[in-house]
Design a binder for this molecule. Structure first.
Ligand code: SF4
Length: 294
């Protein structure tokens, strides 16, 4: 089976995604800064761009692990010879070092610490990758998935645009591959488990795969692979009623976000004053845009 993502003509209307709605739900003001930055008045564009590009140590640990997993899978596609673990971990360390030296971190920008702990972050990346190499998923890929490696989609390009029951949405998958007439979707996690959120994410992948590739529900297997602190997996099986419930939830969440647009079709937001600030000091402390809210 060969999978191909459909292409959609550009439309300005907003598209639902787990992360978009999560930001909207937590702080409307942060949502405005993140998704409607061109409508921010009185702040130079370069400043907004700089704030949007701020990152955190956990995010960069996640990026380094994802990049290494991508490189590992691409290497397996070319050759199934044994992975040189030492070389692989060195590659990961170099990747992380590159990110630490080239990016601006919230922790430094907002004076939360004088120095970043590279060793601790590097150790976490190492544990994640070793957990993967020693875990059942890696073995299983060798045993079953390598047979059809030409059909693998590793970090598919783009933002994962799709349509869920006619609504524009984004479901970006890490790794998607067919095995005979089934499709497997894997997503790597380096942070804490959040079963409710991650099960919703898996449901999004399942409905996107069903809608994009017309694959029956009972042949789609989405799975979260937790890599830290121990290896673990989260799988869902899609019951008959669940897609309908999921579509309804996406529709409600999309309509909640539409309500903050004065022109829904063109995705033009209401004035920033309608986007309330979060009352959570913890959230503000970890927010990229805190400088704009002071
Ligand atoms: S600093 Fe706080 S209130 Fe302001 S955008 Fe960030 S999370 Fe929201």
């Amino acid at each position: 089976m060969m999978l191909k993502f459909p292409e959609y003509p550009f439309t300005p209307i907003l598209g639902w995604s787990i992360s978009r709605f999560e930001t909207f739900d937590k702080c409307k003001r942060q949502y405005f800064y993140q998704y409607y930055s061109k409508y921010v008045r009185g702040v130079p564009i370069y400043k907004i761009t700089k704030l949007k590009e701020l990152t955190t140590v956990p995010l960069e640990v996640g990026s380094a692990v994802h990049d290494c997993m991508e490189a590992l899978l691409a290497r397996l596609q070319k050759s199934d010879s044994t992975i040189d673990e030492g070389k692989f971990l060195k590659f990961a360390d170099d990747k992380l070092r590159e990110y630490f030296s080239s990016k601006t971190f919230i922790e430094i920008y907002y004076n939360q610490t004088a120095e970043l702990d590279f060793q601790a972050a590097s150790e976490k990346v190492r544990v994640c990758l070793e957990n993967f190499l020693g875990g059942p998923c890696f073995n299983w890929l060798y045993m079953r998935a390598l047979i059809n490696k030409t059909g693998w989609m590793i970090e598919p390009p783009g933002y994962g645009e799709t349509r869920l029951n006619g609504l524009k949405a984004y479901c970006k998958m890490d790794f998607l591959f067919p095995v005979e007439d089934e499709v497997y979707i894997l997503d790597w996690k380096t942070g804490a488990k959040d079963p409710a959120k991650h099960a919703a994410q898996l449901m999004g992948y399942a409905v996107a795969a069903n809608s994009n590739f017309s694959i029956p529900w009972n042949r789609i297997y989405p799975k979260i692979v937790y890599l830290y602190p121990q290896y673990d997996e989260l799988e869902i099986s899609v019951g008959e009623q669940e897609p309908e419930i999921f579509f309804q939830r996406i529709k409600e969440q999309t309509e909640m976000m539409y309500a903050y647009c004065k022109n829904v079709e063109q995705n033009i937001p209401h004035d920033i004053s309608k986007f309330e600030r979060s009352p959570s000091p913890t959230m503000c402390r970890n927010c990229k845009f805190q400088e704009l809210c002071e």
